[in-house]
Write a protein that binds this ligand. Sequence first.
Ligand SMILES: [Fe+2]
Ligand SMILES: [Fe+2]
Length: 169
Amino acid sequence: MTDLPVVRRPLEFLEGHHDRQLLICAALEHLAEEAGADDAGETARMVLDYFEREMPFHIADEEDDLFPLMMQRCHEDDGCEETVAMLEAEHESDRELHDRLVPSLRVLAGGHLIENHAVFARDAVSFSTLQRRHLAWENGAVLPLARQRLSEDDLVTMAEAMTRRRKVR
Ligand SMILES: [Fe+2]
Ligand SMILES: [Fe+2]
């Protein structure tokens, strides 16, 4: 195991991960558009690596650390409850699409063509479209609100939990 990060600034860490997610969306759209692209194997391996190593941590960072703290700290008229419920439901639909994408990505990663490219392309584009909308909410509404509502102690608690999560696995 290499590159285990020590999380010091948890909100910036989450935002940095969101930038990485945008690259994954672009990679999936590229794979969807161009069946048999020269770089399909390499691109599919990058997406699989992200799905396996990074995405589960990120979802746990949000669902187990960020969202519960926001629910405690937000004011009634912040609309936190609705936003968190929506984002958690989207994590769930992402998981379903993820499970459908992985077998095809493995085929591409092995240097082969997917039998039904149209189905893969539809799922890949759906995943990217949903993900971009999700990121717009998290970057545009959730993280700015977290910066206002979470205390320094909350951020330290989050940073410790996020670091621990990466060390345990
Ligand atoms: Fe996120
Ligand atoms: Fe999220």
